[in-house]
Design a protein around this ligand. Structure first.
Ligand SMILES: NC(=O)c1ccc[n+]([C@@H]2O[C@H](COP(=O)([O-])OP(=O)(O)OC[C@H]3O[C@@H](n4cnc5c(N)ncnc54)[C@H](O)[C@@H]3O)[C@@H](O)[C@H]2O)c1
Length: 422
């Protein structure tokens, strides 16, 4: 007889419900605990509705839907997790609450059970304090919607063992997800590396370099993104996004490059949180989104592309126009942060994958830099550093400099941030 693989989930909200669905669909028998069994039942009913929708569309066989639903169980208490291979905690983002729950969970399971937390922003090492099985505790950061998104950031705390990292990776594979490994650090990979996507867009707006529609359009037409930064801010919620920025800013000791932007702070304080409040950077009250925030544009009329931008644009086979410059300013800031993360908290490959699978980048920033050539990127970064009067988003990044010094220039030399040799 094949033994069942047991998966525990604590919290049945947006993420817990999604994680339970992903695990049950992958064949795990799932036990979910919330403060009240009715909450779990309601979450399972929502899963049933989602699966029914897919059956109606013909994208899921009915028996698969029924099998998935039959693997979902309501846990009465922590004892339900005793023999679980893994239990993922997905309760509200509150240190005291998470620590209390993790302490009780730790006492209820065997040392074999992997303990995961889905926290987006709390330090893993802080959550592990006092646990008996701290070596078996790590971050398993799923993305929303969890049944759909293919990425899980597996976050290693101070006491997490190598074996636990290996086991977590195997569980991600069994869930049909891609695991990326990251050391416990603010924003992990994705929420850190993606900060300049918003912050540099806000900076361009604030300094009158371009309006929101022009910036959004540049990222879509030149960069191939499905949505521009302001459209995304409105979708995510300016308030939620601001909280992430504040967490990363404070977590790193308030470096200028992560400083929250005053325009976003002002809109949040006015209750303009984006689509959910009917207005953010765009106004949604008349059906078609119309720009609802403008700054006085200046400087663009006399603008001319520099030599490094022309080289960068030529590699992308696109004109070195103003839209390219806007895209390049945002891209280089993201790439620079990605390179910093790649030499301190994660593998370059994982930084790249995170942005593709977790943040829908058409291509990861380190792969694009390798394609363009790290020598060209280095020159463009230096020009941006000068033109912004030394903005630390464009401070020369040591990893890239080392690669260039060694002649590892990206795809053209088969080695850059990533390996390209066959
Ligand atoms: N929402 C996202 O997009 C997202 C993405 C990645 C990670 N996260 C993280 O996932 C976690 C959960 O977020 P969410 O959006 O699902 O929150 P949510 O508010 O939708 O759900 C939280 C759930 O926890 C339950 N809960 C509270 N106290 C409990 C207790 N004592 N025992 C058992 N259950 C309890 C609540 O009843 C609720 O069902 C947070 O740590 C968050 O940072 C959220």
């Amino acid at each position: 007889m094949i033994s069942e693989r047991l998966f525990g989930v604590i919290g049945s909200g947006t993420m817990g419900g999604g994680i339970a669905q992903a695990a049950a669909a992958a064949g795990f028998v799932v036990h979910t605990l919330d403060t009240n069994p009715d909450l779990v039942k309601a979450a399972y009913a929502k899963i049933g509705e989602r699966l029914d929708g897919r059956v109606a569309k013909g994208s899921l066989p009915r028996h698969d839907r029924d099998n998935t639903m039959s693997r979902l169980h309501v846990a009465k208490d922590m004892a339900a997790f005793k023999d679980c291979e893994v239990v993922v905690e997905a309760v509200s983002e509150d240190v005291a609450l998470k620590r209390k729950i993790l302490g009780r969970l730790d006492a209820a399971v065997t040392p074999r059970t992997l303990l995961g937390t889905n926290t987006s922003s709390l330090p893993i090492s802080k959550l592990s304090e006092g646990l008996n099985h701290a070596d078996r505790f790590l971050g398993m950061h799923f993305f929303n919607p969890a049944p759909v998104m293919k990425l899980i950031e597996v976050v290693r705390g101070e006491k997490t063992s190598e074996q636990s990292m290996v086991d977590a990776r195997a569980i991600c594979t069994a869930l049909d997800k891609t695991a990326v490994k990251v050391k416990d650090s603010p924003g992990f990979i994705g929420n850190r590396v993606n900060r300049p996507f918003y912050l540099e867009a806000l900076h361009l707006l604030e300094t009158g370099e371009a309006d929101i529609r022009t910036i959004d359009s540049a990222l879509k037409t030149v960069g191939g993104f499905r949505m521009g930064p302001f459209e995304l801010l409105d979708l995510i919620g300016l308030d939620i996004n601001l909280r992430v920025t504040e967490t990363v800013y404070e977590g790193f000791g308030k470096p200028a490059r992560f400083a929250p932007n005053s325009i976003q702070q002002k809109l949040v304080s006015e209750g303009r949180h984006g689509r959910k409040t009917g207005c953010g950077f765009y106004d949604y009250s008349n059906g078609e989104p119309t720009p609802a925030y403008e700054t006085k544009a200046r400087g663009a009329s006399s603008w001319q592309p520099g030599a490094s931008l022309k080289e960068f644009a030529a590699m992308l086979e696109k004109p070195a126009d103003r839209a390219m410059w806007i895209y390049a300013r945002i891209f280089m800031a993201v790439m620079n942060e990605g390179a910093l993360a790649a030499e301190s908290v994660a593998l370059p490959r994982d930084v790249n994958l995170t942005m593709e699978l977790g943040f829908n980048y058409p291509e990861g920033p380190l792969a694009t830099a390798d394609y363009v050539g790290l020598d060209i990127c280095q020159r463009l970064l230096a020009d941006f550093h000068t033109e912004t009067n030394g903005d630390d988003r464009y401070a020369p990044n040591p990893l890239m400099n080392r690669h260039v010094a060694k002649g590892e220039l990206g795809e053209k030399t088969a080695h850059g941030f990533l390996y390209h040799a066959l």
